[in-house]
Design a protein around this ligand. Structure first.
Ligand SMILES: Nc1ncnc2c1ncn2[C@@H]1O[C@H](COP(=O)(O)OP(=O)(O)OP(=O)(O)O)[C@@H](O)[C@H]1O
Ligand SMILES: [Mg+2]
Length: 343
């Protein structure tokens, strides 16, 4: 490094181009060695959590004392540590080093640290949301199996017995209507239970995939649903489940709140994304998390965002409601190559 001012201007400008948001600390250190012409330069970041300096590999380290020909320059504020540079002591002879270079590297290092922290926290948040959603799904699946294999089976066996009894008492004008009424009640209770289990975790989804499960759910809707399904037979199971729950919640909401005459439901897979678009011509005015008792749409936001997707709601008063979920479906994930189910 020469003492010429222009070299320093270049060096200072160089800092921001070598500390791009995602350059590794090692790359930053290597570039600074080059910019400053000091092959022995070492960079240290102050780790707020462990309250120690860490080197470019993230290993806790002591800064060590300055020795002959070697200096350690603090890169921080009086009230807050940011990092430090160990370097050739001759750099201190250049006024620009302390006057321009160090303040600039301080900003760059702090920005870099904040950025890394933010990325890490967002990753942690996404992972924890995914864990919550997955745990919820496992619990629903378990309940569905328990209902199916437990209560539902026993009620079906009781129904068979009741049908035999109905035949046996067919001649009795007193008993026959009583038994017939009990049989009808039991049939409708079994249907209710089946419906409940299906809502908890639709078995069709695992067995026959998203298109079949959405078709079956739509055919049960009290408001007519027009379907346009252009999706691969196979998708990542978590995306399939999330897409299904978006459709189920949107259609249920329309039936419950919208006073609509029609629902249009489209699922398209193109350009590495799966888009679920559900629209109705009802009263509009839907909102997410607007009161404590309404958790349907808020739960969908968690589910969709935990998979890196987005959920958008558009619902002006009097103009119907549109819910659009988009999921990234990367190449290499299962699905996407097996053809289309409803083209
Ligand atoms: N398609 C729609 N048309 C009109 N209003 C809607 C529609 N969807 C939702 N809303 C309104 O937005 C609110 C929030 O919906 P959300 O699904 O979060 O809750 P909910 O359906 O009331 O209850 P939950 O889904 O928790 O059983 C609803 O209470 C309703 O007032
Ligand atoms: Mg709802």
């Amino acid at each position: 490094m020469t003492g010429q001012g222009s070299r320093w201007v270049d060096a200072v400008e160089g800092i921001f181009s070598v500390v791009p948001d995602l350059a590794t600390p090692e790359q930053v250190e290597a570039s600074l060695r080059e910019i400053l012409g000091d092959a022995s330069l070492e960079l240290f970041w102050w780790d707020w959590e462990s309250e120690r300096y860490v080197d470019v590999h993230g290993r806790a380290t002591e800064l060590g004392a300055a020795g002959p020909g070697r200096a350690v320059t603090d890169v921080g504020y009086a009230s807050r540590k940011v990092g430090a540079i160990a370097h050739d002591a001759r750099l201190l002879d250049e006024p620009e080093f302390v006057g321009s270079f160090v303040p600039t590297i301080r900003i760059a290092m702090e920005r870099d640290r904040l950025h890394r922290d933010l990325v890490r926290k967002l990753d942690e948040l996404q992972a924890s949301r995914l864990r919550i959603v997955t745990a919820g799904d496992e619990e629903r699946r378990r309940l569905e199996r328990n209902l199916h294999d437990g209560a539902q089976q026993r009620l079906v066996i009781t129904l068979l017995t009741l049908r035999r009894l109905e035949e046996a008492v067919a001649g009795s004008s007193e008993l026959a209507p009583l038994v017939a009424s009990a049989r009808r009640e039991l049939e409708s209770a079994i249907e209710d239970l089946r419906e409940l289990a299906r809502g908890l975790h639709p078995p069709l989804l695992a067995r026959r995939g998203l298109a079949a499960a959405v078709r079956a759910a739509s055919s049960r809707s009290a408001t007519p649903v027009e379907l346009d399904l252009r999706l691969p037979y196979e998708l990542p199971p978590a995306v399939e489940a999330a897409a299904y729950y978006v459709c189920a919640e949107a259609v249920t909401n329309t039936v419950k709140h919208a006073q609509a005459s029609q629902v249009w439901l489209t699922i398209v897979h193109e350009n590495g994304a799966l888009t679920v678009d559900v629209r109705d011509d009802g009263v509009g005015g839907a909102c997410i998390d607007c009161d404590a008792a309404s958790t349907g749409l808020g739960g969908l936001v968690d589910r969709v965002e935990s998979l890196g997707g987005t959920l958008e709601l558009d619902s002006p008063q009097g103009e119907g409601t549109r819910l659009v979920a988009t999921f990234p479906v990367r190449a290499g994930q299962p699905g996407g190559s097996l053809g289309y189910s409803d083209a």
